[in-house]
Design a protein around this ligand. Structure first.
Ligand code: GUN
Length: 291
């Protein structure tokens, strides 16, 4: 079994980006500037956004965090988005999801200038992705592709089973794994809450990508020998023995599944750090496109 070490690979990517930023500075060019809007006080979301800001500092990007209260109206959020769309200093920005109930997420994502949509969530960018056109690929799926690529995991002609059809991970992942090219050329099955007999499907998979958010959902008996296992789950499970009072748990019963897998991502330290590295990569791409 080979561990797909997202911590190490994301560090390599950040070093590569930092090198490019150094060159930009040396040439007197503007460095990439990422902004993040966060609405409300969700602990996990605040942690993710803080990590994104920290990662910007690490590679030499500028960053701006926009914090809005839990009671922010849709109009107020749309005003903020307009401001970032029109600010020439901001190369790309994200709106951390989920958003509070009073806000229509789809309307908000539609308001983002597609050229600054480094999350790749705007329907125009999502459509381009599905049509094999050059665009921003959502950071988590992009990170999974990069991990598969850097470890040379063969995806061509393989049966890839994606668990979960979220707009952020499962749905784009199912499209990307079936695209022409590498990593891709897979035969994809997208499973979800209405899928019947999921074990019958997962046990035929060469590659399983689980983005469900149910701790320890994927058990050893659901997986065939030598399968490639990508665990996107990052659920906070209460744990009094830790300082924070919780631990991060993936969708995969790692202890038992890892004994059968050929490649597997750990949680934490697998897909999570890759998401942030690829957001930086998209922001660099946004800056390069503006030039
Ligand atoms: N919430 C969970 N994952 C993501 C992500 O990749 N981007 C944004 N904006 N929100 C998220």
């Amino acid at each position: 079994m080979i561990l797909l070490d997202g911590k190490k690979v994301s560090n390599d990517i950040k070093n590569e980006i930092a090198e490019q930023v150094k060159k930009m500075k040396a040439n007197g060019e503007k460095v990439p500037h990422l902004a993040a809007i966060i609405v409300g006080n969700d602990g996990a979301s605040l942690t993710y956004v803080a990590s994104k800001v920290k990662a910007c500092e690490r590679v030499g990007f500028e960053s701006t965090m926009v914090r809005l209260s839990n009671t922010t109206s849709q109009v107020e959020l749309l005003d903020k988005i307009k401001e970032l769309n029109e600010n020439p200093d901001i190369d790309g920005f994200i709106i951390q999801l989920p958003l509070p109930k009073q806000i229509d997420t789809q309307k908000v994502l539609l308001a983002v200038n597609p050229d600054k949509d480094v999350d790749g969530f705007h329907p125009m960018n999502f459509g381009k992705m599905a049509l094999d056109m050059s665009t921003f690929i959502p950071a988590t799926p992009f990170g999974i592709l990069e991990l598969l690529d850097r470890y040379g995991v063969d995806t061509q002609g393989k049966h890839t089973v994606v668990i979960g059809r979220s707009h952020i991970v499962g749905r784009p992942m199912s499209i990307l794994m079936g695209r022409k090219g590498f990593p891709g050329n897979s035969t994809v099955t997208l499973t979800h809450s209405h899928t019947k007999n999921i074990t019958q499907i997962t046990s035929q998979a060469d590659i399983i990508i689980s983005a469900l958010g149910v701790p320890n959902f994927l058990k050893a008996e659901m997986v065939k020998d030598d399968a490639v296992i990508i665990d996107v789950g990052i659920t906070r499970v209460p744990d009094d023995t830790t300082e924070k009072g919780y631990r991060i748990t993936g969708d995969v019963d790692f202890e038992n599944v890892s004994k059968k897998a050929s490649y597997i991502t750990p949680v934490p330290g697998g897909v999570g750090p890759m998401t942030i590295a690829m957001l930086l990569k998209n922001t660099l791409l946004a800056r390069e496109r503006q030039m």
